[in-house]
Design a protein around this ligand. Structure first.
Ligand SMILES: *Cc1c(COP(=O)(O)O)cnc(C)c1O
Length: 135
């Protein structure tokens, strides 16, 4: 068991929080759960770091990696949610079921909003009404 307590931090800086993040869909595949279980918080991040460097090369500010089926997985240190017609979805596979992600599920339950962990295709992500990340 490993635990750490740090002041609140953010993947996005203050400016990015205001205007949004430029995100590149990476061609680097998130390491499969059969190799490293993404449900365990870990710092085996070579796939995420390679995706991030590719994103920088493409003029983006961060990356989203796909799972081995070509669906959206997660980015370096964050989960992603899509909002469509008031319903939220987030990748079920290849992503850390993190505490902040869990909090979105809890808040949706309180607010009466539908939220599901499911396959999220790149096409679905691009067509979403809104996309946000959590970390
Ligand atoms: C820490 C982390 C997250 C976010 O976890 P939360 O506990 O929901 O904030 C998402 N993906 C990866 C790979 C992480 O390391």
């Amino acid at each position: 068991f490993m635990a750490f307590a740090v002041p609140f931090g953010s993947v996005a800086n203050a400016e990015q929080l205001q205007r949004g993040l430029h995100v590149a869909i990476s061609d680097k595949v998130r390491i499969p759960p059969a190799s490293i279980d993404p449900a365990i918080k870990n710092y085996h991040w070579l796939d995420l770091v390679r995706g991030l460097y590719d994103a920088y090369d493409r003029g983006a500010e961060t990356a989203l990696l796909l799972d081995f089926n070509g669906n959206v997985a997660e980015g370096p240190g964050f989960n992603v949610f899509c909002v469509d017609d008031g319903k939220l979805s987030t990748p079920a596979v290849g992503a850390l079921p993190g505490i902040t992600r869990r909090t979105v599920f809890d808040l949706c339950a309180e607010a009466g909003l539908a939220v599901a962990a499911a396959d999220v295709s790149v096409a679905a992500l691009r067509q979403s009404d809104e996309v946000f990340i959590t970390s």
